[in-house]
Design a protein around this ligand. Sequence first.
Ligand code: HEC
Length: 158
Amino acid sequence: MTASRRVLLAWIAGTIVGAGCAAPETSDTRHAVAVEQRREQLRDRLVASLGDRYDEPLADASIDQIRGGSALYDLLCRSCHGPTGRGNGRSARMLLVPPPDLADPATASFFSDQAKLRIIADGVEGSPMIGWGRMLSEEERIAVLQFMNTLVREPRVP
Ligand code: HEC
């Protein structure tokens, strides 16, 4: 990535984080239920629109891809999703819709990789998660997802 592109992307990321912020809201059970319902509705819509492609696996990631994805993540995603994907980035507390804990295996596997790629490209309506489809190439979107997938903790053996 060139230095000027990096600066441009960082500026865009700052604007987006600002726009997604609102007066801090105390999270109550009702809010949590609403978030869960939205996720389910979103998954239904993605299953319907992706059809057979919904469960298509990603190709194995190369080290270079993960490195590139990690740089993009730090620049564009980390402020909300947090340094290790737990949804605790420095802007996260101010967001009306909280970023999910994507280090948690159950939460991380709620959407398929193809669904996540669609979310990364198009965003989620009514959420601070905007679409990056016009800012990142498909290759970059795959790389950043490959990196995010490395943040999932191993499920604990009971
Ligand atoms: C302004 C804060 C913000 C930024 C910046 C941001 N996200 Fe998000 N992201 C969210 C929120 C909030 C959600 C939850 C969406 C919802 O449920 O409406 C989310 C959801 C997602 C999801 C779906 C995961 C799931 O299981 O719900 C993926 C994948 C994702 N983001 C990837 C990215 C990537 C990649 C970037 C950087 C290119 C990024 N996000 C940048 C706030 C952000």
